[in-house]
Design a protein around this ligand. Sequence first.
Ligand code: SDX
Length: 394
Amino acid sequence: EMGYFTYDPGFTSTASCRSDITYIGGDQGELWYRGYPIDQLAEQSSFLEVAYLLLHGELPNKRELDTFNRAITHHTMVNESLKNFFNGFHYNAHPMAMLTGVVGSLSAFYHDTVDVNDPHNRMLCAYRIFAKMPTISAAAFKHMLGEPFVYPQNRLSYCGNLLNMLFSRPSEEFEINPVAERALDQLLILHADHEQNASTSTIRLTGSTGTNPFAAVAAGCAALWGPAHGGANEAVLNMLEEIGDVKQVPRYIDKAKDKDDPFRLMGFGHRVYKHYDPRASIIRKTCHEVLDELGIYNDPQLELAMRLEEIALADDYFVERKLYPNVDFYSGIIYRALGIPTEFFTVMFAIGRAPGWLAQWMELVTDPEQRIGRPRQLYAGPSKRDYVPLHRRS
Ligand code: SDX
C-alpha cells in the first residue's frame, strides 16, 4: 500500500492552521497585523507596541504599554553564566550560529517556566525571549569584534538600547542617533510577522510536539538563516558587491534568468506576493530618507539596487513570473548605513521576527484543533525485498 495523500511539496496549497494574527493579500500586496495595515503601523506605531499587538491581540492603551515596557525591560538581562557560551565560539563564528545556539540554551536557564500548559508561563517565556533577543544578539556582535559586552539600559527605548549595546564602548561617549533609532524601529515593525513563512512554520511544527518555546525559537532561527528566507538580506548585499558596477547589471539579470545557472536575483520573488511586497516599498522610501538624513549621498549600492530593480521589472521573465523586490531587497542598505555589518543582517531580521514567532507559538499551543505536526509522504523507494547476507553480496 503506497498511501494516497495530497502531494504538496513546499506546501504551496496546504493551510496548516487557522490564525488570527497576520493577513497577506498576495495579489494586491496587502499585509495586516491583527487587522491593522502595515503602512499605518510602520508610520505611526512603535515596535514595542506592535509586539504587544501581536502577543496580546489588541493595541495597548497608555497604561498597558507602560506596564508592558516595564515587564520587558525587567527581562533584558541574561544570566552572567550565559556569557560563557560566547567564549566557546571562534571570533569569526557566524552570528546566526551563535544566536541559534544561545537562544536554545535559554531553556537550560528557565526550567521553571517550560511547562507550556500554564498560560502565565507561556507569556513569561514569550516576554523573556522578546526581551533577551537584543541582549544576546548584541553579545554575538561584540564577540565578533572582540569588544566587551554592553549591559542593557532600561531607560532606553527597545531600539535605543539595541543600538547602545551594539555600538557603545566603555572608552568613549556614545550618543544614539534618533534617525537610526527610528529607522531601526520601523524595520523591526516591518519584520514582526508574516504568517506561515518557513521559520514560523518551523516554530509551529517544533512547538506542536510540546517542546519549550526556547527550543522552538532556536529552530526558527535555524530556518530563518537560509538564503532563500531571512538569509537573503545578507545575500543581497553580497550580490550587489559582486555585481560591483551598474554596467554589469544586464549580465547578472541574464544569469538570473538562465535555468542552467544557479544564480538567482537575491531579494526578488515571493511565494505569496505576486505584486510588489508592501514592506519593500516602505523600506525603499525609508532607505532614501535615511541615507539623506545621515548625509550619505549617491550610495553606489543603492544606485545599483535601483538599476537592478528597474531592469528586472521591465524584463518579460520577471513580469511573467510576477517577481518583485521583497522585504530583504532594500533592508540591507539601511542596515549597512547604520553601521551594521552584512553578516549580522539576518540577526536583525530574527530580532524583528521574534514577537511574530512567539505570538504564533502561543496561538498554536492554545488551539484545540492543533495536533502534532506529522506530514505524510508518497513512498517511491524499492518494493519489499529480502535481506542478503554480506558474504553473498557482490
Ligand atoms: C523572505 O514566506 C515568507 O513570507 C518569507 C518572508 C517573511 O517575511 O518571512 O517574506 C521573508 O524569506 C523573503 C524571500 C527572501 N528570498 C530571496 O529573496 C531569495 C530569492 N528568491 C527566491 O529564491 C524565491 O523567489 C522564493 C524562495 C522567495 C520563493 O520561492 P517559490 O515560491 O518556491 O518560487 P519559485 O522558486 O518556484 O519561483 C517561481 C519561478 C521559477 O521559475 P520557473 O521554474 O517557473 O521558470 O520564478 C523563478 C523560479 O526560477 N524565480 C526567480 C527568482 N525567484 C523565483 N528567478 C530569478 N531570480 C529569483 N529571485
